[in-house]
Design a protein around this ligand. Structure first.
Ligand SMILES: Nc1ncnc2c1ncn2[C@@H]1O[C@H](COP(=O)(O)OP(=O)(O)OP(=O)(O)O)[C@@H](O)[C@H]1O
Ligand SMILES: [Mg+2]
Length: 499
């Protein structure tokens, strides 16, 4: 029965909580793990200091207040007995008796006797006393009561003197006690603040320490994603909890590396295997081409098609072989120190020779400030890069118009040189710019101008060659339209001596 009554309320409450706590919960979720651990430590320290501080404050204040009230009761009781004795004996005057009462402790008193009031100070009267206290004492009950007089905290003690038909009241100022308690509360609040900050600092340090392995895993993952497949996590014997993580991570990378290398070896082996039959085919084709005029026109046309496809196939196998070498880390990079301007001029001259003669050669412009700038490059690879870019410009952009070499942006404190190949063709659409560097990707321009002989490996190879030399490849719009392919290479630091 109870369950049935409670059941509908629960989802509603949960919904209310979700609605009202969504903002803070979202914010909490968005905070990093380290910030959350720091926050939890600080919050824990705050709770602990609130609990301990509250306990300390209430115990101390209770003790101090009851101590003071007890002292007030004892003192007032003793004075009341003295006064009652004096009033009964009637030997001494009331005023002299009252004057004899020690008021050095800062207390004031008032005696109600035979309808008259005898206050110790002129400003005091029974009207200043709390009504409840007056009533209680009148009914014959001794009592104490806290109250505020002229803005200052007081405790009043009232004692009936039945034998003399009188009532005696003493008032004690608690301002000093209140001040002491304020100072205590302030000290405890400060202590709580310091504890909270310390809690946060400890949380930050502890989370930093415990998240260090995750930082190492993330760094290793980034290095692996960049292609450095030899990256492994260092096995640590200090923390047995992390040994499992390190082992499984390293095992995963081992298997990943093995798989990638197996795939790359497969491509390389297939390309190798294809080379000998291709050579045979190519030689046979040469023989046939030498006797082409003996063939019928239909057979000649078939021979032409066969020749075009065979050349395309040969080129693809050669490119595949080269690209698979970079995958199996069998690629050798023979770096040399070369003058930037000279390198670009030579590579463009070599590249232009392989490009169709129907397109005019590009203008080569080397920024004069590059004079004497030395690059550490693999000349063969740089020539392949230029040949591919010039060939693409000829096929898809009506020929390269300009090849420019100038200083590029500094990367991680190292100067760079940018070599750009520009054309005035249709350019490459934004959506295609990343994809054209993928293997076998042939963009929209590949269908135009009879450029259907490509395989889509050229720019992928360019990217690999550039990567192996520690550079970056990019594509942007050429000034005045067309494509502008850029190759950014680091300037070698110790150019002078090594050159
Ligand atoms: N200068 C350019 N202007 C316009 N599009 C280009 C240019 N260079 C390359 N592309 C586009 O990028 C695609 C990929 O070029 P990539 O050189 O990788 O392959 P491909 O030229 O088609 O074949 P190959 O492997 O024979 O070089 C091309 O198919 C083309 O669509
Ligand atoms: Mg190409």
């Amino acid at each position: 029965m109870t369950d049935a009554a409670v059941a509908p309320a629960t989802p509603a409450r949960a919904g209310w909580l979700r609605t009202h706590l969504r903002g803070p919960l979202d914010l909490w979720e968005r905070l990093g793990l380290r910030a959350r651990v720091t926050g939890l430590f600080a919050f824990g320290a705050l709770l602990l200091s609130l609990l301990m501080g509250g306990l300390a404050f209430f115990t101390t204040s209770h003790f101090l207040v009851s101590d003071q009230v007890n002292a007030a009761i004892t003192k007032t009781g003793a004075e009341a007995i003295t006064l009652q004795t004096a009033l009964i004996s009637q030997g001494t005057s009331i005023k002299s008796e009252l004057a004899g009462i020690d008021s050095s402790s800062g207390s004031q008193s008032v005696l109600l006797y035979q309808g008259n009031e005898y206050p110790s100070t002129l400003t005091l009267s029974s009207a200043s006393l709390p009504r409840d206290l007056l009533d209680l004492v009148r009914s014959g009950t001794p009592a104490t009561q806290n109250f505020v007089l002229d803005g200052r905290p007081q405790v009043a003690v009232g004692i009936p003197l039945p034998a003399a038909h009188a009532r005696y009241f003493a008032i004690f100022d608690l301002t000093d006690l209140e001040h002491t308690l304020h100072v205590l509360a302030l000290a405890l609040a400060l202590g709580g603040l310091v504890t909270t900050v310390l809690g946060g600092v400890i949380g930050r340090l502890a989370s930093g320490r415990s998240l260090r392995p995750l930082t190492a895993v993330s760094r290793a993952a980034v290095a692996i994603a960049r292609g450095d497949l030899d990256t492994r996590l260092r096995a640590t014997t200090e923390d047995p909890d992390l040994t499992g993580l390190t082992q499984s991570f390293n095992m995963m990378v081992d298997q990943l590396q093995e798989r990638i290398e197996r795939d790359a070896r497969f491509t390389s082996d297939v390309s190798h295997e294809l080379r000998s039959p291709l050579t045979t085919l190519s030689n046979s084709l040469n023989v046939l081409e030498a006797h082409a005029d003996e063939l019928t026109p239909r057979a000649q046309r078939a021979l032409e098609l066969l020749g075009a496809d065979l050349r395309r196939f040969e080129r693809m196998v050669a490119e595949l072989l080269e690209i698979s070498r970079t995958d199996t880390s069998a690629a050798e990079v023979s770096l040399e120190f070369v003058d930037a301007g000279e390198l670009v001029r030579q590579a463009v001259a070599a590249g232009t020779r392989t490009v169709s003669q129907s397109v005019p050669p590009p203008i080569v412009w080397v920024d004069p400030v590059l004079d004497g700038t030395i690059l550490s490059v693999d000349k063969r690879r740089f020539e392949r890069i230029m040949a591919n870019l010039l060939e693409n410009a000829a096929l898809y952009g009506g020929g390269a118009t300009r090849v420019a070499a100038e200083h590029g942006p500094d990367r991680r404190g190292l100067a760079t040189v940018v070599v750009a190949v520009e054309d005035h063709g249709p350019g490459v659409e934004l959506g295609e710019r990343r994809r054209i560097f993928e293997r076998f990707y042939r963009g929209q321009s590949s269908g135009r101008r009879g450029a259907s002989t490509g395989t889509g490996l050229g720019l992928a190879l360019v990217a690999e060659h550039v990567r192996l030399m520690g550079g970056l490849v990019g594509i942007e719009d050429a000034p005045g339209g067309g494509a502008r392919f850029t190759v950014e290479l680091p300037v070698t630091e110790d150019e002078g001596e090594d050159a």
